[in-house]
Design a protein around this ligand. Structure first.
Ligand code: HEM
Ligand code: FES
Length: 375
């Protein structure tokens, strides 16, 4: 497998592992709609596999790989020309680590700090709802942020698959239902915990005692959290720095490409054909948002093929899948390196995901229009 395809597949696989974990966690919280006891009795089945040796390594490995490849995806960009959905997905992904950190640290270290403190749902919920409502709000925000990010990623991958027609009626409602029900479960179980705190003095005393002990370690935990945040912030800044440096360097060399319909798009060297289209408001289909998966951005190169970056493995695979003809390139992968490029867009700008699922039903590449006006 080539490097580009491997990076893409690894990011997807690690994202799916993280999503499986988050789904188990949220499913456990949904049981709070029934009772705290139901949450606890299902905990070993839903969360147990992720806290055992192999599951824990899989989860930590997936988190490390996914964050690293997320930052790499940012650093590898050549412009900020993105669809609004992509901006949302990227920003939410980048916000996740800082928001998640205190929750992970609190859950994992509480047991170490205070041996009788097992981070059961009851204990954690009591902390959130009674002792630290600010954290409760942060958890709600975190559920929304992580889920929207992951659901957008899953959707944009699945929607291009032929199987989507059969599973969409099930997948879409589930994607909406899980976070909503989890928030209801969080609220319902929170109410139950507050009642228990009010009516069970011994439980309250145990909890207060444990929290008191944890508080004495808070400054150490805060130092640890601050260090992790500092490393993450430095990596994020480095990724942004690489992107900015590349944008500045390429700015020195302007290029212009010509399109069907007599259109032209000026820009800078190194941008993809699709980025030039988007920056110049030239209508251009791009269903998978430049991930090289859908093939809807493909163009016929009418002139200047030698002024484009060479075919990469992702592009080669997708062109083969859509049975693209001679001289066809993916506009999102082919970067413009010099003047003299002229292209014809092969699919209308309104092409949707069905053009990726059943490419044969859309415009046949063989019938390259003779630089006809674009639709
Ligand atoms: C629990 C947390 C997370 C879950 C469940 C999750 C899940 C996913 C999923 C399912 C995808 C789609 C995979 C793909 O299309 O390649 C994805 C993509 C992505 N994620 Fe995450 N993710 C999480 C955290 C993060 C974090 C912390 C970052 C950033 C540091 C991040 C950055 C990205 C990026 C940049 C993409 C790729 C978009 C693209 O395809 O270009 N994610 N994530
Ligand atoms: S936008 Fe999907 S392959 Fe180019």
């Amino acid at each position: 497998m080539h490097a580009g395809t491997m990076v893409r597949n690894l990011r997807l696989a690690s994202g799916l592992v993280l999503m499986a974990f988050v789904t188990c966690h949220l499913a456990n919280i949904i049981l709070g709609i029934h009772s705290l006891a139901a949450m606890e009795s299902w905990r070993p089945r839903l969360m147990g596999p992720w806290t055992s040796g192999l599951g824990e390594w899989l989860l930590l490995g997936a988190a490390a790989v996914h964050v690293a490849l997320g930052l790499y995806a940012l650093a590898a960009r050549r412009s900020l020309a993105m669809s609004p959905t992509d901006v949302v997905q990227l920003v939410l992904g980048l916000l996740t680590p800082p928001l998640l950190l205190s929750h992970v640290v609190a859950t994992y270290t509480a047991g170490e700090v205070s041996p009788e403190f097992t981070s059961t749902y009851g204990m954690m919920l009591a902390i959130y709802w009674s002792f630290s409502p600010g954290y409760a709000f942060q958890q709600l925000l975190l559920v929304v942020i992580v889920w929207v990010h992951a659901a957008l990623g899953l959707y944009s991958w699945l929607v291009l698959k032929p199987v989507w027609r059969r599973i969409s009626g099930f997948v879409l409602p589930v994607l909406f239902a899980i976070p909503i029900l989890a928030l209801v479960g969080f609220a319902e179980s929170g109410k139950e915990v507050l009642e228990k705190l009010a009516t069970d003095p011994s439980w309250k005393a145990l909890l207060t005692d444990n929290i008191g002990r944890i508080v004495t370690f808070t400054s150490q935990l805060e130092v640890f959290q601050a260090r992790v945040l500092l490393v993450y912030g430095a990596l994020l800044l480095a990724a942004i720095g690489v992107l900015a440096a590349r944008m500045l360097r390429d700015r020195m060399t302007p290029v212009t490409i010509a399109y069907d319909g007599g259109l032209a798009a000026p820009g800078r060297r190194g941008l993809s054909i699709l980025e030039l289209s988007l920056q110049n408001d030239i209508p251009h289909a791009h269903v998978c948002s430049a991930r090289g998966r859908c093939g809807t951005c493909r163009v016929h190169v009418d002139a200047g093929a030698q002024s484009l970056s060479p075919l990469n493995d992702i592009e080669r695979d997708t062109l083969a899948r859509v049975h693209a003809g001679e001289g066809v390139r993916l506009a999102c992968q082919a970067r413009v390196l010099a003047q003299g490029v002229a292209v014809t867009r092969l699919l209308p700008p309104f092409a949707d995901a069905s053009a990726a699922r059943v490419p044969q039903e859309w415009l046949a590449d063989a019938a390259v229009p003779d630089r006809e006006p674009a639709p």
